[in-house]
Design a binder for this molecule. Structure first.
Ligand code: BG6
Length: 467
């Protein structure tokens, strides 16, 4: 038996949500629409105007989080609630809502961990081209400044952009990608938008350090190691290729301010090299994260594609699609799957943390990890042993990674409370707290404690010793 190192004393146990998935009140009290409000929700899934109705239940929700013993709560601030048009006029009721939410957290000594942007660009900015338009960089910096001014006296931990890598790799699937009508090279457009987000992120990190010297800020990509499907040398090359465009592109840039060379070669090959404006190079080097936040759900596996396999197959969130001569997604036969078909790989979590630490040497916080399932409410109870098992195994592997020498600051699984899933609406639940509503019948959104709620409380109380 290995002797395990304990979790650090001030380890930030908590959980996550995002504004457009949890708040509801999407056009209430002066909030402008975001891209999520105007895009067509996937057919057969719920509207976003109620979600978990946290906007009206935040006191109850934070009290429940405090009951579990949360040390932190990761939530996102809706850009169009503060700036209904994405720039210019400020919505005072929006400012007030997050003041209240932050104060409510602090009342229970819960550290707010704020994501600045989680999949919900204001619709007004989308109309001018979204991230394809360089002006949006300045709008983002304006939004960042507004948040730092209003909340910087109380918020110590900031995250820039949630899953920027997924916005680029599967943006068209998430519904966040905005291509001009005459766009002939989607890959080029995606990497130009990505470049603008990278510049915006670097500027926000530098501004945070300038305005709030005691605060800490970092990126929040979705990171997971990519395995080669076999020990064939070409499969190793495919895994390195996908690792570069899936993971390292984003972190090499956030941490070192440079484009990963394999990712750059990929962009060259696809005529997708981004245009740099004067000064971009310096800006990209000026943003230094204090830590890395990352979401982990599962690993990916790839093989080297045959010569006749072409580009253009749609990527999926997990194993990617086919990129000619680069990589091809491969279902890993060694891993079980969730009810929704996502592979489950706790050891891959340890491997990912090890790799991240040896590449970047920064402390890390897990900003998402979790299992979506069809939970059932019966007699006021929700038995979710599958979720407990998933989380337990991941926490065990995180502790092994700490024992391996990685520096971990906290763990925020997805999600604190049931909310609208990105693709599957309300039926795919992730929370410790059950929200009593159906896909289309929103009922009263009453809250119930799941079995995992009581289990997680015990985990936090024992600082991860009682799993
Ligand atoms: C992450 C996102 O990709 O995965 C969340 O940051 C999302 O917004 C979560 O909800 C789970 O994905 P899904 O599609 O099951 O909701």
């Amino acid at each position: 038996h290995k002797k395990l190192k304990p979790f650090p004393k001030d380890f930030l146990w908590g959980a996550s949500t995002s504004a457009y998935q949890v708040e509801g009140a999407n056009l209430t009290d002066g909030k402008g629409p975001s891209c999520q409000d105007v895009k067509k929700v996937p057919e057969g899934t719920s509207e976003l105007d109620v979600c978990a109705d946290q906007y009206h239940h935040y006191k109850e929700d934070i009290a429940l989080m405090a009951e579990m013993g949360f040390k932190t709560y990761r939530f996102s601030i809706s850009w169009s609630r503060l700036l209904p048009k994405g720039t210019g006029e400020v919505n005072p009721l929006g400012i007030e809502y997050y003041n209240n939410l932050i104060n409510e957290c602090l009342k229970y000594n819960i550290e707010p961990l704020v994501t600045m942007y989680h999949f919900d660009i204001p619709a007004a900015l989308d109309e001018i081209g979204g991230w394809g338009n360089r002006k949006v960089i300045d709008c983002f910096v304006e939004f960042a400044k507004l948040m730092f001014e209003n909340y910087g006296d109380r918020v110590k931990y900031w995250l820039t952009i949630n899953e920027q890598n997924m916005l680029t790799l599967v943006g068209p699937l998430i519904g966040t990608f905005n291509a001009p009508k005459d766009c002939t090279n989607v890959t080029k457009e995606l990497y130009q938008q990505n470049h603008h987000m990278l510049v915006a992120q670097a500027k926000a990190m530098a501004l945070c350090h300038e305005m709030l010297p005691n605060a800490k800020i970092g990126p929040a990509p979705n990171i997971s190691l990519v395995y080669p499907a076999s020990c064939k040398p070409e499969d190793m090359l495919a895994a390195q290729n996908f690792n570069a465009v899936r993971n390292w592109l984003y972190l090499d840039m956030a941490v070192y301010g440079v484009y990963n060379n394999l990712a750059w070669a990929y962009m060259e090959e696809h005529d997708a090299v981004p245009v740099f404006a004067p000064g971009d190079e310096e800006i990209l080097k000026s943003g230094h994260p204090d830590f890395i936040g990352f979401n982990y759900y599962n690993t990916s596996t790839v093989e080297f594609p045959g010569a006749d396999e072409k580009d253009g197959t749609q990527n999926d969130q997990q194993n990617g699609g086919v990129e000619a001569g680069f990589f091809k997604g491969f279902a890993n036969p060694n891993l079980p799957r969730t009810e929704f078909g996502w592979e489950i790989d706790p050891q891959g979590f340890r491997a990912t943390i090890r790799e991240m630490y040896s590449r970047y040497r920064l402390p890390m916080i897990i900003t998402e990890n979790g299992l979506g399932a069809y939970d059932k409410l019966e007699d006021g109870k929700i038995h979710d042993p599958y979720r407990i098992e998933y989380l337990r195994k991941h926490i065990e592997q995180m502790q092994l990674a700490i024992t391996d020498g990685a520096e971990m600051m906290g763990y925020c699984p997805w999600s604190a409370i049931d909310l609208i899933s990105t693709h599957e609406g309300m039926v795919k639940r992730y929370g410790f707290i059950y929200v009593d509503r159906e896909e289309f019948d929103v009922k009263n959104c009453d809250r119930y404690r799941k079995d995992s709620f009581f289990w997680y409380k015990k985990v936090i109380e024992s600082n991860g010793e009682d799993l």
